[in-house]
Design a protein around this ligand. Structure first.
Ligand code: AMP
Ligand code: MG
Length: 487
């Protein structure tokens, strides 16, 4: 266990120099105080969880203090936003404070979001509001607990600093951790600005730091691209399986590591709705729930275009072709497990699509359905769940097929089946209304609800006595919250 001043830095990205990032100091927020910290994320830096309560913690992550070895930098990148290329993005309000390596030898980027203006702020104030910082914190740690790859969040620091969005709010900072903050948009920036030398430097850096095993291949860049395709196919399969809607899948929000990155107006589905759009400024539904799958491929094609100086177009095309089949395989595998199957049958896909159509038509709660399906024997579970469907006859037909499908796996031990299914079907998910209640309390100075919700979501598959209310269906008001994309 380490104290705060015992972190060891090795700022590899900063050493790439000024073509890749700009030195900028954090701009402190007034009266910094701890809103919430994640002990699990602190453990990644070997930090003693008790240090979160010390004043110096809030000072460090509220931009008042800095380690002598930290080298805060704003990274430059570009990207495709809603399908159009934006030539100049970059860290407009976040800073890479430095890279820390832990006792296990892992490197973690320390990225402070809401740290003030940078050369890439354009018209923005460089700040993040408390509400969006809490949402990013909760989602990062909740996704991780669901075994979905993601950036992590160490803490949220609140303040008295006013910021203006639709109304006056308070600034906050969130400390994000990731093995790398390199986005698809980093490669796009150097490609479209026609800087082949620097693009190569970036490529060599990413290969050496994050894909060293690819360097042993005859075509290292191609091997790396293939892995990026594989990781993103698996990531998006997990989003679809757990009903996570990212909301802003621009290429500057896509990680080369295939981890969930940059949280905006995200949502977990309450009622199943394939066409759900969580970002209310996404008029066309480009990033609707079901569109995340083809958009994943679109984004990988944008990255492929930027990698044409390194890889032949033919090889890129062929590799992109792996995305959909890989997505399908991962998704079906996860959904089979969610349905409690231990074997694979050809018709499983059909059975699943049939169920999702019924859920869509009746607006059935997506997460609760799967949890309850494992609670009891297939026969009993189906009988209990049928009342949730408007089309009861339709569901009964599905139920018969499901019971027969389970029966073909042979004799089942219900206790084992329940345990197996509960291990993949969470009891608690980050519903928008739960986040909203925690945010409302935090905005009036009470951080206890954010902390409680974070604790519940850190263990989503376990029954937690006394926490039943966190596992219920959302109230009607909670299903139709409009999450502002301003953050
Ligand atoms: P995002 O929508 O958070 O992924 O941000 C898109 C781009 O806008 C990135 O370059 C951000 O750094 C920048 N940005 C977002 N909000 C602000 C802000 N309040 N001040 C400065 N830049 C911002
Ligand atoms: Mg972003």
């Amino acid at each position: 266990m380490k104290a705060l001043d015992e972190l060891t830095f090795d700022n590899r990205f900063a050493r790439l120099g000024d073509a890749f990032s700009t030195h900028v100091l954090p701009e402190p927020i007034a009266a910094p105080r701890l809103v919430v910290a994640s002990p699990a994320a602190m453990a990644l830096l070997d930090l003693d969880p008790a240090v979160a309560e010390t004043p110096v913690f809030a000072e460090l992550f509220g931009g008042h203090k800095l380690w002598a070895e930290a080298e805060p930098r704003a990274m430059v990148y570009s990207g495709h936003q809603f399908g159009s290329y934006n030539p100049q993005l970059g860290d407009g309000r976040g800073l890479l404070l430095g890279e820390v390596y832990n006792d296990a030898g892992e490197h973690w980027d320390l990225h402070l979001k809401g740290a003030g203006q940078t050369p890439y702020s354009r018209m923005g104030d460089g700040r993040a509001v408390l509400r969006s910082s809490i949402r990013e914190f909760l989602a990062s740690e909740a996704l991780h607990a669901l075994n979905i790859p993601t950036t992590r969040a160490l803490c949220v620091i609140g303040s008295d600093t006013p910021v203006w969005r639709e109304k006056q709010e308070r600034a906050a900072m969130v400390l994000r951790l990731a093995p790398s903050h390199v986005r698809f948009g980093h490669f796009e920036f150097f490609y479209y600005t026609k800087r082949p030398e620097q693009q190569k430097e970036l490529g060599q850096h990413v290969l050496a730091m994050h894909f060293p095993h690819c360097l042993e291949q005859t075509e290292p860049y191609l091997a790396m691209f293939r892995e990026i395709v594989e990781r993103n196919a698996e990531l998006i399969a997990k989003w679809q399986a757990y009903g996570f809607c990212h909301g802003v899948m621009n290429t500057d929000n896509m990680s080369i590591l295939g981890i969930t990155f940059d949280f905006g107006p995200f949502a977990f589905l309450d009622d199943f709705d394939a066409h759900f759009i969580c970002n209310h400024s996404d008029d066309q539904g480009r990033y609707s729930f079901s569109n995340q799958v083809p958009i994943g491929q679109w984004n990988l094609s944008a990255l492929a275009q930027a990698l044409t100086p390194f890889i032949s177009v033919e090889a890129l095309r062929e590799t992109l072709g792996l995305y959909l089949p890989l997505f399908q395989a991962h998704y079906l595998d996860l959904m089979r497990r969610r349905l409690g199957f231990t074997t694979a049958e050809d018709d499983d896909q059909k059975l699943l699509e049939h169920l999702l159509q019924l859920m869509q038509n009746s607006g059935v709660d997506y997460s609760l359905f799967f949890r309850r399906l494992g609670d009891e024997s297939p026969e009993l579970a189906v009988t209990r769940l049928r009342d949730d469907f408007v089309d009861i006859k339709g569901f009964d037909e599905w139920g018969e097929l499901y019971i027969a499908r389970v029966a073909r796996e042979g004799v089942i031990d219900q206790a084992q089946r329940r345990k197996r299914m509960h291990a993949v079907n969470p009891r608690y998910i980050l519903r928008n209304y739960l986040a909203q209640k925690a945010i409302d309390a935090a905005e009036s100075g009470d951080y206890s609800e954010v902390r409680r919700l974070h604790a519940v979501l850190s263990n989503p598959f376990e029954e937690q006595p006394g926490m039943e209310s966190y596992a219920e269906r959302p109230p009607e008001w909670g299903k139709h919250l409009e999450i502002s994309c301003s953050s």
